[in-house]
Every structure is written in C-alpha cells, then in structure tokens.
Write a protein that binds this ligand. Structure first.
Ligand code: P6P
Length: 337
C-alpha cells in the first residue's frame, strides 16, 4: 500500500479546503525543524550538546544546551518563509516578530522547543510542542498581546516526540493524526489517522511527591484512585509518570489515561507548573480532537482567555470520563465552600 507522507497529507488537506498554503508550509517547516532537532537529540553525548547551557529562561529554569539549540532551529527555520508574523517560545521572555528583511504572513507560532529537557541527560523521551494562532487583523507589528488568544482560536497544534522513534502528532481541527519519521528518507509518514482516546481509564499520571501541597479536592480524588477496587471508585488504578509531558500525553493518546499537573501551594502564584499557551492549549486541542477532555479541574482549558504569554494553569487531560470525574471532585468541593 502506498505511504502517505506528511507532505502529501498536507497537500490533500489543502486541496480539501481544510488548510491554506501558508499553513501547509508552516507545518512542513516545523516538521523539518523537528527532524533537525531529532538528529541533534539522538546524538546524545557524541554531539557535545548535553548538559546545561549556563543560562536561565523566563521561567527561572536552567536552560539545557539543547533547549537553546532547539529554539534557534525553530526560529531560523520559520524566519524567511513568509508564512509567519511572529514566534513565541518558552525559552524567550517576549515574542519575536519575523525580521523586517523577510515577508510576513498571517500566523503566530508558539512552541516549547524541547519539553522535558531535564530528561535529556538521562536519555528519556523529550519533545517539541507547538501551537498556531492567527495574527489579529490589521496587526502591523506583532507583540506579546497579539498572542493572548484562547485555545479555541488555535488553527493547528502538535508535538514531536523524540523517543525510540520520532513521531509528529498533529491536528488542524479535523482529528488528531500521527506521523512517524523515516530516518532513511527524512520524511514523516502517516502511521495513524484519527487517534482516539478511550473514554475510561485505569491509569493516571501525576508527580505524587507533591501530594502534601495539593488542595483538598485533589487530595480526595487521588486517595480514591489509590484505594482501588475496595474504595469509592470500585476499580484498581495503575500509575505512570515520565516527567516529560510529551511522552505522558503520547501514551494517553495511544492507550488512554489521565495526566494531571494540579495547582499546588509550593508557589500559589503559579497556578501549577505547566504553561497555558505552549503546553496546555496545544495538548488540550490534540486531546479534544481525539475524543478526550482537558480542564483546569474547574473549567475547560481551551476556553481560558490568557492574560500573559507565560501564564501557568493546572492541567487535567486525557480520557474524557476520568477528566470529568476529577473535575467533579473540584466542582463539588467548591459548591460546598
Ligand atoms: P516534575 C518538564 O519539565 C515539564 O514541564 C513537563 O514536561 C512535565 O510533565 C513536568 O514538567 C514534570 O514536572 O515536577 O515532575 O519535574
């Protein structure tokens, strides 16, 4: 059977009127950039790019050399094509408009260039997460404010996971599809059309070491998971935590589960660890397009009106009935308050 490359898939989507030429080019460029990142990541110690860069990012996190390299690869790849107005990244304090020397397009691209990078030095899967918005009509010079749009405004979203194989998982609002990188030809090949997340699950993903910092409904929800079939839930649960969002979400898209990074009182001002614009929103769209759900424990993530570029949110995403159950614990707690 003939293979459908990412290139062919995008051209067919354009011919079907579901994407335009600029979005097709944007996704193809991001795919090529991710191929280059995959090559850099897979060299490991041989590439001389492991370890810390000796710099920090706006999140207050130490940057890995590969964080900086991946960010540069994505910026350079997207600068000259004429499809973008600006980029924003976890690794940059503010957005970066396309240089005046190049033509500008209508799209805004946000990315976490190398999510889970603390896992790089221990050879655990990491990934690139990206989100595409439209530049607001009439925008001459894009600013951070141009990006402050709810997740429902995303035109496309995806990630590349650099694991035993490199895969791109992509949605343009018409289902969630997976492409596997053929390293011999350098092309992504469609390997799963219309991924579907099972509505129920017996597997949860959370960093349990934060348990003492969670709010009451979160404590109650997890205690009932741990109580197993003798407890209120009447079934046993398994736990997985890779501490690489791309890897945990990929598992959930592949076999179901619920991924949780809740608010915790370690730093109440941060509303959790994960960032809305380039982690929660793109993952939320991918999950919803695969039949799952994504909330903060109280509201749909994609409905949130952002108030700043690096805003953080609590994240509950995955199997829709399990996300609904976790959200119920929070809403019933609030109703009693
Ligand atoms: P913790 C990686 O740093 C990340 O942003 C996500 O990829 C991952 O899900 C989470 O943080 C892991 O957080 O607190 O378990 O190290």
């Amino acid at each position: 059977m003939s293979r459908t490359s990412l290139t062919r898939y995008l051209i067919e989507e354009q011919h079907a009127g579901r994407i335009n030429a600029d979005l097709r080019q944007l996704i193809a460029v991001v795919g090529r950039a991710c191929t280059n990142i995959s090559i850099a990541v897979s060299k490991g110690a041989l590439g001389g790019v492991l370890g810390d860069a000796g710099t920090g990012n706006v999140q207050g996190e130490a940057q890995k050399k590969l964080d900086v390299i991946s960010n540069e690869i994505l910026l350079e790849a997207n600068a000259w094509g004429g499809h973008l107005a600006a980029c924003a990244s976890e690794e940059m304090d503010h957005c970066q408009p396309v240089p005046d020397t190049y033509p500008r397009g209508d799209f805004l691209l946000l990315f976490d260039p190398l999510d889970g990078s603390s896992n790089i030095d221990v050879n655990v899967s990491v990934g690139t997460i990206f989100s595409v918005l439209r530049s607001p009509a009439g925008t001459e010079q894009p600013t951070d404010e141009s990006f402050l749009q709810p997740g429902t405004a995303q035109i496309a979203a995806g990630y590349c996971i650099y694991g035993p194989s490199t895969q791109m998982v992509l949605t343009t609002g018409h289902g969630t599809h997976s492409f596997t990188l053929d390293r011999e030809t350098g092309e992504f090949v469609l390997t799963q059309r219309d991924m579907r997340i099972p509505e129920d699950t017996q597997e949860f993903a959370i960093n349990m070491s934060n348990q003492r910092h969670w709010e009451a409904p979160m404590q109650g929800y997890v205690q009932d998971l741990l109580a197993g079939k003798e407890g209120a839930r009447g079934k046993n649960f398994n736990m997985r935590w890779i501490a690489s969002m791309v890897a945990d979400v990929h598992r959930i898209l592949t076999r179901g589960g619920i991924f949780i990074y809740p608010w915790d009182k370690k730093d109440p001002s941060k509303a959790g660890k994960l960032r809305l614009m380039y982690e929660a929103n793109p993952m939320g769209l991918l999950v919803e397009q695969a039949g799952g759900a994504a909330t903060t424990g109280r509201e749909r993530i994609l409905d949130i009106q952002p108030d700043h570029l690096h805003q953080r949110v609590p994240v509950f995403l995955g199997s829709r009935n399990e996300v609904a159950e976790a959200t119920r614990y929070h809403r019933e707690h609030d109703a009693r308050a």
